[in-house]
Design a protein around this ligand. Structure first.
Ligand code: FIX
Ligand code: ZN
Length: 411
């Protein structure tokens, strides 16, 4: 097969692959107040809020006092009229428009508002996810959100493409703050991690697992995360979360390096990144060989050591090019590094989409970049004397975009 024909074949297979998007913040239409879609939600993505603040001056209070429509119009004016939408998130809006049949430069924000809807039903969700090639997606489910729990407790139907993940940031990072929430829900816990408190937290987590049937359990942590001895988070991991995950064969997803609210005025747009230590990841994988760890690190500087650590522990599954790494140049760099060190044995990407239509641009970009990287690697392999077949490419792409994840979460 010629090099060009091989590249065309790889691109065709990647661009048509059915994807499992294993980390998103999306909700199905039945979770009404939590489901986000439509032009104004697309434009007021916290990535774009942060970027729009760099164009001209406005106080954070003035911006956040505006309603959603006015915020969207502000961002439209700043990022699409005053400057060129060259950033990944801004050009992604043009990509969403194009895939939804809108010529954004000609039709403008009004054209986008007509083509997208904030009042999504299952048919609209299926249309957008099918356009993006997302067959399955995993939500981020917060057991401490009364709003979200009301949908679970009311038996709100779960769209068949949507799956759950149990997110435990407050329990692991700010246990003191969740004590009143747990007590209110009937779990007699105190700030001292007595055996009673430990058993009550365990009962809480078991009730959550029974209610939402998560594919995995997750928490994010800052760049200073240590799997220490004394802090309540580490003790709860040791005494409750890790034993539960092992017994239920649930992976624990570690998302490390998120420095929350470095600029509090920007609210959710105010989070940043920091290089974390890889040692807690090594310790968890080594000391808990019967647990499985999905790991994503937020700092570019952590990516090489994460890939090397995955060579040392087969209970570690690296995933995605998270958040500030979800850009053309860094998806390329990270995917190349992972293929060179791990072969096709990792989860290539997740979207982290918060608004339904985000999946359109995020996956279009990742498919294109990863197809280019894979084409280069197959070409190099062929030149080294290993001819590559269509079946090879189909198998590897299926693994990178879904099967590695499903095999890892299998119980
Ligand atoms: O912790 C997380 O799940 C992060 O992905 C989010 O907090 C973040 O706001 C995000 O959506 C990044 O893409
Ligand atoms: Zn996320």
């Amino acid at each position: 097969m010629s090099e060009n024909a091989q590249r065309d074949m790889v691109h065709e297979i990647v661009m048509s692959a059915q994807i499992t998007d294993m980390h998103t913040h999306l909700f199905p239409p039945s979770f009404k107040s939590l489901q986000m879609s439509g032009a104004d939600n697309v434009l007021t993505y916290h990535y774009l809020i942060a970027e729009s603040m760099r164009v001209g001056r406005i106080s954070y209070e003035s911006f956040f006092s505006m309603d959603l429509k006015a915020q969207a119009e502000f961002i439209w004016e700043r990022l699409f009229q005053t400057i060129t939408p060259l950033s990944e998130a801004a050009s992604g809006v043009a990509q969403i428009a194009q895939m939804m049949g809108v010529h954004l430069r000609r039709d403008g924000l009004s054209g986008l508002r007509e083509a997208l809807t904030a009042d999504a039903d299952d048919a609209y969700v299926d249309k957008v996810l099918s356009l993006a090639g997302v067959e399955h997606l995993v939500m981020t489910n917060d057991p401490f959100s009364d709003e979200e729990q009301s949908y679970w407790k009311s038996g709100a139907p779960l769209h068949p493409r949507f799956h759950a993940a149990l997110r435990l940031d407050p329990l692991v990072n700010t246990f003191e703050d969740v004590i009143p929430l747990l007590v209110k829900q009937g779990y007699s816990v105190t700030s001292r991690l007595t055996d009673e408190t430990v058993s009550q937290v365990r009962r809480f987590l078991e009730d959550c697992v029974e209610r939402i049937h998560p594919l995995y359990v997750a928490f994010s942590a800052s760049d200073t995360f240590e799997f220490g001895e004394e802090d309540s988070g580490s003790q709860l991991l040791r005494r409750v979360v890790l034993p539960l995950c092992e017994e239920r064969r649930l992976p624990l997803a570690l998302m490390i390096g998120a420095k929350r609210r470095v600029n509090p005025g920007l609210q959710s747009a105010g989070d940043s990144t920091g290089k974390a230590s890889i040692q807690p990841v090594e310790r968890l994988c080594r000391e808990y060989p019967n647990n499985k760890f999905l790991v994503s690190l937020l700092s570019r500087e952590n990516q090489h050591e994460l890939a090397v650590t995955a060579r040392k522990f087969d209970n570690l599954m690296p995933f995605g090019c998270w958040w500030f790494l979800n850009t053309e140049s860094l998806i390329d760099e990270i995917t190349r590094m992972r293929l060179e060190l791990l072969g096709p044995t990792f989860v290539a990407q997740h979207s982290d989409a918060r608004v339904l239509e985000h999946v359109l641009y995020k996956w279009q970009l990742s498919r294109k970049v990863i197809a280019d990287v894979l084409s280069d690697k197959y070409e190099a392999l062929s030149k080294r004397g290993w001819p590559v077949t269509r079946a090879d490419v189909e198998r590897d792409v299926a693994a990178l975009f879904g099967k590695n994840f499903w095999d890892f979460v299998a119980r």
